[in-house]
Design a protein around this ligand. Structure first.
Ligand code: GAR
Length: 206
């Protein structure tokens, strides 16, 4: 199985979807590690319940972002992690992890990128008045929710939608798409090799 690490900061419903897909035999992967920058986050309890090793840290305990990322990189290497999945990890990565895992690190984001990167993407879409939004899985480069797009799904915004009702339709889409993309990589039907020699900003045409 593909050895993966999941990074998350909050509730971890996407972590749960991955763990459930592995457990159900729908995803040929092993979650070697959960990395979490908020020790109190619900995702930590989810990982413990799923029997997944956890690494939590407090960024302020380190002199720099590079310092805590070096520690994480050591763990990823020791566990021979082949794919890193950012699932609600609310920090920008430095060159330490981006370069080490370039082409082998993905993120899920609740908008149709490149629209509405950053925090509160669902609210941003509502505030802008777009009629269609969606979700994106993309490779991670050094930017904010940027990097080559691997997969997207769209949905319509209803006139009476609120951040809450729209998020309630977006989340289940994420929970389906993210394990699906990982499985595509695990079984070789999505080939990340072709992204490896591109620079992050080149963009990928499929
Ligand atoms: C998800 O909606 C994910 O797309 C988003 O955070 C949420 C985490 O939910 N990520 C971003 O906004 C990244 N910029 P979860 O903790 O329940 O999986």
């Amino acid at each position: 199985p593909l050895r993966i690490a999941v990074f998350a900061s909050g509730s971890g419903s996407n972590f749960q979807a991955i763990a459930d897909a592995v457990h159900a035999g729908k995803l040929d992967a092993r979650i070697e590690l959960l990395v979490c920058d908020r020790p109190q986050a619900q995702v930590v309890r989810r990982a413990e319940a799923a029997g997944v090793p956890v690494h939590t840290f407090r960024p302020k305990d380190y002199p720099s972002r590079e310092a805590y990322e070096q520690e994480i990189l050591g763990l990823l290497k020791s566990k021979q992690v082949g794919l890193v999945v950012l699932a609600g990890y609310m920090r920008i990565l430095t060159h330490v992890l981006v370069n080490a895992y370039w082409g082998r690190m993905m993120n899920i984001h609740p908008s149709l990128l490149p629209s509405f990167p950053g925090l509160h993407a669902v609210r941003q879409a509502l505030d802008h008045g777009v009629k269609i939004t969606g979700i994106t899985v993309h490779l991670v480069d050094g930017g904010l929710d940027s990097g080559p797009i691997l997969a997207q799904r769209a949905l319509e915004i209803r006139p009476d939608d609120t951040e809450e009702t729209l998020s309630a339709r977006i989340h289940p889409m994420e929970h389906e798409l993210l394990p699906w993309v990982i499985q595509q990589i695990a079984d070789g039907s999505m080939d990340l090799e072709r992204y490896m020699n591109l620079k992050p900003k080149d963009g990928i045409k499929s």
